[in-house]
Design a protein. Structure first.
Ligand code: PLP
Length: 240
């Protein structure tokens, strides 16, 4: 894919987001775009950051690390959106501004420990498995509030929102149920003063549905960068 295609694709996605916001009677600036940059080179990412984009999401610590120095000079936020193993905590803290995949208390506690050691804080989203698929990561919806309350006790972790990977399905109404569930959990958490303002939901296929259901952050990869061959391990729990 050449560079002008990249910019065209970006423009197309931004237009889709703007249209979907208008249709849902929401303001365009309520919905951010996160570019899911797995397998994409730093050179390509740079082009889009220089075009004014501000948020990237990586799934693998190695990639986050490899691209870090090439992108360091361009102001942007780097979110970690992949499954996080606790032996990668040191690195994620070094290279990411936000971790969207916090889904268990053991991980949150280890993050807290390391952040205290480094005298840092980090933004986090709680990842919820709204599709109840055994293959997906994320805390079960019924257990999400308890986890959020526990994480709230950890002062180095700043809870910003909730993240979900909706069902991979062409059945819009089934995908919509995942998004509604996340929105409902958000409402319940907000009523308990857990500051989960952000809802990171969808992949490019159903951003219109996600925006109708309240998404504040659309994660898009394929529609900008084209189809990339990447193994399922970028999303799925291989051990299940
Ligand atoms: C890759 C990825 C996306 C974007 O998916 P596309 O289908 O490539 O647009 C969104 N969220 C997560 C967690 C991803 O890994």
């Amino acid at each position: 894919m050449n560079n002008s295609n990249l910019i065209d694709n970006l423009t197309h996605i931004k237009n889709r987001i703007a249209k979907a916001c208008e249709a849902a009677q929401r303001k365009t600036n309520e919905v951010k775009l996160l570019m899911a940059t797995k397998t994409v080179s730093a050179e390509k990412i740079k082009i889009l950051l220089e075009a004014g984009e501000t948020i990237i999401g990586e799934n693998k610590i190695q990639e986050l690390k490899d691209k870090f120095s090439a992108l360091e000079t361009i102001p942007h936020q780097s979110h970690f959106i992949g499954h996080l193993q606790s032996n990668k905590i040191k690195e994620v803290i070094k290279y990411a501004n936000c971790i969207q995949s916090v889904d268990r208390i053991s991980l949150a506690e280890k993050l807290q420990q390391r952040l205290v050691f480094e005298n840092k804080t980090i933004d986090v989203f709680i990842q919820i498995n709204t599709s109840y698929e055994a293959s997906k990561f994320g805390i079960a919806p019924e257990k999400a509030i308890e986890l959020a309350l526990q994480i709230q006790q950890l002062d180095r972790l700043h809870i910003k929102g909730l993240m979900t990977i909706g069902l991979f399905s062409a059945a819009t109404e089934k995908v919509r149920q995942c998004f509604r569930l996340l929105k409902n959990i958000q409402q319940e958490m907000l009523s308990k003063n857990i500051p989960v303002q952000e809802l990171s939901m969808d992949m490019s296929g159903d951003l219109e549905t996600a925006i109708q259901e309240g998404s504040t952050m659309i994660r898009v990869g394929t529609a900008i960068f084209g189809a990339r061959p990447y193994p399922d391990s970028y999303y799925w729990n291989e051990s299940k």
